[in-house]
Ligand binder design. Structure first.
Ligand code: FES
Length: 301
């Protein structure tokens, strides 16, 4: 365990039997299962080339059960269960990258900075934090890329709209941070080419007030079951109540574990993972949060 900045501790995890850990790519996360607490996802932020250890970093969140346990009770040598890795924030080859991180949002981006450097790509990180001292892994990030800090405390806050007003050729933007930053980046890059701006959400995006939750029917093409999804019940819950064993983790639409192929019907996507084009393609849905726009969905289950 290492203190990375005030309120942020990193954990180096090793297999209990000393064996090599599963390989992973930049952008991947794992599930941490701590006794008596809900499952939480944490981005892998170490070196993907190392198979002997997985590094994650945990920010202490006021009232957060998992982060509280990690900060107050977990100690070196403890045995914990980890699952994964999974990756919804794929690092794609490009000649130039613009990374935008807010606070602990640096974690999925850190291995990307390393990979960009190894690939010989041009990379810049805009790192937003309250102060430079509050920016975890700042020194490490500087080893791999040009870093510009934007700190509230010294009046250098990032003017997102101005910085991203003009699409930059051959550039991929990767952004992870608090919702306000992510929304600002999404708005500012509305005119950038489709697929050139990618986001990783740690917590679900806010949903509109009073969003509808009408009942609809789900047909499971493989099992032949047809079930009703009542208002206030998720597709995932309905599938489980019908006796189907379905995987899940966050149950908030941020991890992708419950993804399912859609064969018919239009999905009301409510997750924080799929891009606009993936939503429009209507090929998959996150069953823990997304619903049907119409009266019926046919799923490949
Ligand atoms: S369980 Fe995480 S997205 Fe559904």
């Amino acid at each position: 365990m290492t203190w990375e900045s005030p309120g942020v501790v990193s954990l180096d995890l090793v297999a209990a039997d000393g064996s090599a850990l599963p390989a992973w790519e930049p952008g991947a996360h794992i599930d941490l299962h701590l006794a008596g607490a809900p499952v939480r996802q944490y981005s892998l932020c170490g070196d993907p080339a190392r198979r002997d250890t997985w590094r994650v970093a945990v920010r202490e969140v006021p009232g957060g059960r998992v982060s509280g346990l990690v900060h107050k009770a977990l100690r070196p040598g403890a045995l914990i269960e980890a699952e994964g890795p999974r990756n919804n924030f794929l690092f794609v080859a490009a000649p130039r990258y613009l990374f935008i991180a807010g606070g602990i949002g640096i974690t999925p981006i850190l291995p990307m900075l390393r990979a960009a450097r190894l690939a010989g790509a041009q990379a810049m990180l805009l790192f937003c934090a309250r102060s430079a001292a509050d920016a975890p892994f700042l020194a490490e990030a500087r080893e791999f890329a040009e870093v510009v800090t934007h700190c509230a405390d010294d009046g250098t806050r990032l003017d997102v709209a101005a910085r991203l007003a003009t699409p930059e050729a051959d550039t991929l933007v990767y952004c992870c941070g608090p919702e306000r930053l992510m929304n600002a980046v999404e708005q500012a890059t509305a005119a950038w080419p489709e697929g050139s701006v990618r986001f990783e959400w740690f917590t679900p995006r806010s949903r509109p007030e009073g969003e509808g939750a009408d009942a609809f029917e789900v047909v499971c093409a493989q099992s032949g079951l047809t079930l009703k999804v009542a208002p206030g019940v998720s597709v995932l819950q309905a599938l489980r109540e019908a006796g189907l064993d379905r995987p899940s983790s966050c149950e908030q639409g941020v991890c992708g574990t419950c993804e399912c192929r859609v064969l018919e019907g239009e999905v009301d996507h409510r997750d924080s993972i799929l891009s606009a084009s993936e939503r429009a393609a209507n090929d998959v849905m996150m069953t823990c949060v997304s619903r049907a726009k119409g009266a019926r969905l046919v799923l490949d289950i």
